[in-house]
Design a protein around this ligand. Sequence first.
Ligand code: AMP
Ligand code: GLY
Length: 421
Amino acid sequence: MKILVVGKGGREHALVRALSESPGKPQLYCFPGSDAIATLAKPVSVDGLESLIAWMKSNGIDLCVAGEESYLVKGEGLSNLCAKEGIACWGPPKESAQLEASKEFAKEFLVRHKIPTARATATATLDEAVAAIAGEYPTVLKFDGLAAGKGVAVCASENEAMDFLDEVFTQQRFGPGRVLVEQCLTGPEVSVFAAIVDDDYLIFTPARDYKRAQDGDHGPNTGGMGAVASRQLVSPELMQTIEREIVRPTVEGLRREGLPYRGFLYFGLMLTPSGPQVIEYNCRFGDPECQAVMPLVKGDLAAFCHAGAKGELRGDLLSFDEGWSVCVVLASAGYPETSRSGDRISGLDVAGDCRVYHAGTRLNADGQWETAGGRVLAVVCGAETREKAVNAAHLAADGIRFDGLQRRRDIGILHFGSENP
Ligand code: AMP
Ligand code: GLY
């Protein structure tokens, strides 16, 4: 089987590695990929989506796996274009990917299907947003479009809200667009992933990510500084509630609205005192949650995605390790405001079962790895207990060095008090 994975980050490195370990030993290709991904999957150098589709067609690609969301909604949409050419695609068509691409679309979908979520008002101008906030702080402001994880601000005060609204409406930092003013929820967060095939689904191991740059959840929001994954993150009773109140109504809602879906759907949830509520949908796996979850997935991921993309949910092809997996992200100097490139990386040969996924690296002219982006690496270790996985991941991360390296020391530790598992 020939599989092409679309994307270039740590999530795609983890997906490609999991696919490469599938028993059928698929031939792997990537677009655009990275130097690290290229060690497992052949990069395809074409210009743009249309050329990529033509390349897949003429090279007999059996399955296209969408790692990154942007291609799903670009132009006619990756999955739509694949469908036209008869190429199986694991990732939803453009119309369904609006669940991620438009927060307003997602909010209306949630409300229509009575899925628990925070109250929100859509606003088109700074004045409308200020009126919708109505002096109630904290408030949550969300730019209504793809903003690479930077389009959400949890604002404790009027000053913070005005700064964000100024960036969106006056400076148009993310381009033109509306803002959702949302009720601020509280509680631990959990990311639940389902593989959806039409009206069927399989829930993968849940995870929790750490979005703030610094220990103790301080500092600015980032793309994610680490993650912890385990079946044990969510009790069986709570998972049943999540399935009954959130996952199933979402799958049924998609079907009722004629929105086709074959691919991963990410449910960003907040476990509030009155039950789990949806904060967001993403039409792909999480990053860095994917890096934490993939080592727990056993079986044949390649055959699973291929069957799924062709309309058959083959849960029998996969099983999930019961243990824990901890992912520690190593970021470059200045991240997330800026990122520095070109720092030599040493110590990449980690011991034991740990894995290092590359998010922002490149090979220099001497064939050595150097930094090439904000988030550079993700170090992932698994064990039967959270404590063991935490220790192994941080120990492995200690061995990797580059100038300006930043990481959190509390990944897998913070948010695990007596109230949480
Ligand atoms: P998102 O990009 O939608 O995942 O939002 C980024 C982060 O903002 C989430 O992981 C939450 O920590 C926070 N957030 C989003 N919506 C809310 C909300 N309604 N209440 C509290 N925090 C939120
Ligand atoms: N870890 C958050 C995301 O992938 O959107």
